[in-house]
Design a protein. Structure first.
Length: 255
């Protein structure tokens, strides 16, 4: 069931989203050659603590997961698409890093992700990240009252495919509210004019994931969480929590 949020609830979600934005900004600023992913997780934890927020990621255990998630960020490096567990890996010159973070504040959740490079960027990574951001912007632009979920999916998929990138099969965005994952699912590829009609008060996490090699295939790493590209090519991930309103899409996780 899709819950329509009141304007007051959307304002409360915006407050949670601002915390997420601050956490992602702090993590990106802290990321440098030699820094561990655990250290980046500690940076995000401190931002949440200072804001009086909790993490919807920490302890989360969906049906596919062998263990609860042990961190407040997902840190996915190079060929990792999403759900990377922060560990003792030290960032290296040229790494492509995707960070996904959430915050729960006063019972409402915000969810967002960014991708960036560490040290000297590879031109191919810059193009990949740019395409992820363009796909996110296209999906947000389609998130207007009267459109359908398929219009968002089609907008995202068109950018990805025209750039020659893969779209991991079966993964995409979702509704957000009192819980991190709510209805409806928001695919990253689809047919325009299909699916649920968008209404004022719907709040969606729109999150394109792109695979540089052009394949849609992936596999789960031994930790049971991290998804990696099957061809070993790099991946990028971009995400915002967005409210559907009569005056247009409202990004709740601006950075």
């Amino acid at each position: 069931m899709v819950e329509l949020k009141t304007d007051t609830s959307i304002d409360a979600m915006h407050a949670a989203g601002r915390v997420v934005g601050r956490a992602l900004t702090a993590v990106r600023e802290a990321a440098d050659v030699g820094v561990t992913l655990l250290e980046l997780d500690a940076v995000a934890r401190e931002v949440l603590r200072e804001a009086g927020a909790s993490s919807p990621f920490l302890g989360y255990r969906p049906s596919f997961a062998p263990t609860p998630f042990p961190a407040v960020i997902c840190a996915s490096v190079n060929d990792a698409i999403v759900h990377g567990i922060p560990g003792r890996y030290r960032l290296r010159d040229g790494d492509l890093v995707s960070i996904d973070c959430g915050a729960e504040l006063d019972g409402w959740v915000g969810d967002s992700a960014i991708s960036f490079t560490v040290g000297r960027p590879r031109p191919a990574d810059v193009r990949l990240i740019g395409a992820a951001e363009r796909a996110l912007a296209a999906g947000i632009a389609a998130a207007v009252v009267g459109n359908r979920i398929g219009d968002i999916a089609h907008a995202i998929g068109t950018v990805c495919r025209e750039a020659g990138y893969g779209v991991p099969d079966g993964f995409g965005g979702h509704g957000v509210g009192r819980r991190m994952h709510e209805d409806p699912p928001v695919p990253n590829e689809g047919r325009p004019g299909r699916g649920l009609r968008l209404r004022h008060g719907m709040v969606l996490a729109i999150e394109p994931m792109l695979v540089a090699g052009g394949t849609d295939d992936y596999y789960a790493a031994p930790d049971g969480w991290t998804l990696r590209t099957s061809d070993g090519s790099r991946a990028a991930h971009a995400e915002h929590t967005v409210a559907i309103t009569e005056t247009g899409p409202r990004i709740l996780t601006q950075r």
